[in-house]
Design a protein around this ligand. Structure first.
Ligand SMILES: CC(C)(COP(=O)(O)OP(=O)(O)OC[C@H]1O[C@@H](n2cnc3c(N)ncnc32)[C@H](O)[C@@H]1OP(=O)(O)O)[C@@H](O)C(=O)NCCC(=O)NCCS
Length: 195
């Protein structure tokens, strides 16, 4: 179990673990149809959402965060430690998978881009991971832009790989970043850590 990489502050946003009072705010946009149009996991049962988010502080693999601006929850970020692949004996717990959802009321204000940066910072500088990946529908232009703006490298375009209940088989794009790439990207600028 790692120490939590949160809280951190970037661009006026506070990234922190969720607590009970946040659950209603998360529920208010997690099942929004415009959000679920782009999610592989669509409807999330409210009790399950509450249980999952409140379990994060004691999870050895889930380092998801809520994003707060001026005291209001405006987005959620997902960060899971996953096992890489390889022959028996390969190191485990070295890779991360990120994702994010911005409350649609606050879309287009740079919150998605800042969240991706915060998740990469948490994964590499906080948890010491070696490789982080993310995936999106190829036609999710906002998410693709968020990942590219965060400096992630497209390394996969899987054709008709992802089933969508309204649109059928969709292309999926995969992005990745290694720790040394992050170090080069980040330079010397570090987000403000809050203790
Ligand atoms: C994807 C998502 C997180 C983007 O968040 P956001 O806060 O609106 O994004 P930002 O304001 O940081 O914008 C990031 C970039 O995407 C671009 N963008 C935003 N909405 C866009 C859209 N509908 N079409 C094309 N580009 C778009 C912005 O112009 C910006 O590009 P720039 O850096 O060149 O200026 C948000 O739309 C969302 O939560 N969508 C639903 C859930 C989802 O798709 N999650 C990701 C699953 S992989």
């Amino acid at each position: 179990m790692h120490e939590s990489p949160w809280p951190i502050r970037i661009d006026g946003l506070l990234f922190r673990e969720a607590a009970e009072p946040d659950i209603e705010a998360l529920l208010a946009f997690r099942n929004d149809p415009g959000v679920n149009h782009f999610m592989v996991r669509t409807y999330v049962d409210p009790d399950e959402l509450r249980r999952d988010w409140l379990a994060v502080p004691s999870s050895p693999t889930d380092y998801s965060c809520v994003v707060e601006r001026d005291g209001e929850v405006v987005a959620m970020g997902f960060l899971d430690i996953v096992d890489g692949v390889g022959q028996p004996g390969h190191p485990t717990g070295t890779d991360g998978l990120i994702g994010y959802i911005v409350d649609p009321r606050f879309g287009g204000e740079g919150i998605g881009a800042a969240t991706a940066r915060a998740l990469l910072h948490a994964a590499f500088d906080g948890l010491g991971l070696r490789r982080v990946t993310a995936a999106a529908n190829a036609d999710n232009l906002a998410s693709v832009r968020v990942l590219e703006r965060a400096g992630m490298r497209r390394e996969r375009h899987a054709r008709r790989a992802l089933w969508h209940h309204e649109l059928g088989w969709l292309d999926e794009v995969g992005y990745a970043l290694l720790d040394e790439e992050w170090t080069a990207l980040r330079g010397t600028s570090k987000p403000e850590m809050c203790l």
